[in-house]
Design a protein around this ligand. Structure first.
Ligand SMILES: [Cu+2]
Length: 163
């Protein structure tokens, strides 16, 4: 059974985010099919389009980014931050969301976090984030080790690609 408190908090946040920001999952690009062995080589990862919408009053925040992969398959297995007690990976479902332990980074493709889809949930801030802050996220991959990125805090309505 899911414990009541945690379930209500996460479900509430999902509902609020969905209401405020609208849904619209961005599907990950299809990998290039038919290349035998494409998944076998080392992963070549880079992180782009990362942002954290400003959480209200230092509360729970979402986080979004894209992990590009120009090499073989890998897996994101952990995310943490020196600025927060807890960072978890979540996948949205039509009615709620669920925490996941790992996310695939397909070969020659990308793992995309997006509003209404896969997202990070960040809570327990050392200090309430402010617009313009850059917060470190440490992304640990099964094969590639840990990649640290500085993620900007943006307006609640920000979407990548907007000026
Ligand atoms: Cu969530």
């Amino acid at each position: 059974m899911v414990t009541g408190t945690r379930f209500r908090r996460t479900a509430l946040t999902g509902a609020v985010l969905a209401t405020v920001l609208g849904g619209g999952a961005i599907l990950a690009a299809c990998g290039t099919g038919g290349q035998d062995g494409a998944a076998a080589g080392p992963a070549r990862l880079s992180v782009a389009d990362s942002y954290i919408p400003l959480p209200p009053a230092g509360g729970m925040a979402a986080g979004y980014l894209t992990v590009r992969n120009d090499g073989g398959q890998d897996q994101l297995v952990k995310v943490s931050s020196p600025s927060a007690e807890s960072v978890t990976m979540h996948r949205s479902t039509p009615s709620s969301m669920e925490q996941v332990d790992s996310l695939d980074v397909p070969a020659h493709s990308a793992l995309r976090f997006a509003r209404g889809g896969t997202h990070l949930m960040i809570m327990g801030w050392q200090k309430a984030p402010a617009l313009g802050d850059e917060l470190e996220l440490d992304l640990t991959f099964a094969k590639s080790g840990t990649i640290s990125v500085k993620v900007p805090v943006k307006e609640l309505t920000y979407r990548p690609g907007q000026s």
